[in-house]
Design a protein around this ligand. Sequence first.
Ligand SMILES: [Zn+2]
Length: 276
Amino acid sequence: MTLVTLKDVLQPALKNGYAVAGLVTLGWEEMRAYVAAAEAENCPVILQAGPSCRDHTPLPILGKMFRHLAEAASVPVVAHLDHGYTVEDCRIAIDSGFTSVMFDGSRKPLSENITETAAIVEMAHAAGVSCEGEIGFVGYSGGEGSAGTNPDEAAQFARETGVDAMAISVGNVHLQQDKEGGLDMDRIRAIEAVTEVPLVIHGGSGVPVEQRSALARGSKVCKFNIGTELRMAFGHALREAVNHDPSRFDRVQILKETHDPVVTATRQVLRAFKGA
Ligand SMILES: [Zn+2]
């Protein structure tokens, strides 16, 4: 049994200069591949169920899948709810066996975000579960624009909510398919100067790989969420498997062929987050 909380994996990462990947899952095939990759790299991994994942598969099922994989894994595995928008989302995740929840109040005014996040932190901690919050707003490629995190607000948010991890907006954008952006280092330095809470970068797919490594080793950024990059690897592998033999119709046979390419892509992602 290697099921652990977010705090269990982020505190050692903070102390020892590495980062942990929060890998966005959509189904069984990549969950399994992510854990296989983490075992091959001998590092912890955070399996994340976000809004589109939960639209497809109910949270109680996802909790069972994550826990099943964690129980058999040789490395620490966190079962994490990504972007919970309500107390109810977080409560269901906790009841479903998740060991970590993210409450995203980043679209709300600061005082509301603090009050609601603090209440969810209290509920989560009472159940032995970690909680991640977000301060500032991380936008979406081709959609809502970002609002950069204000360091003073981040310090207040960390102090008054008691979150175990804090997602910040520092030039990162969700759903980015290229890695041309790069993060605002001055803003990251200003935020980490005023808090001891491990920082989280959502939209990690858009961050250049060298910058991921540099931040993992030399900053308080301890978690990068990676979704799009691995979703693309899975999509390409699936397309190839489907096209490779048009007479096949058994989905298990077809999906099997996505495993190795996704493991390879995931191992590459995980390697960049390792310590020096
Ligand atoms: Zn996100």
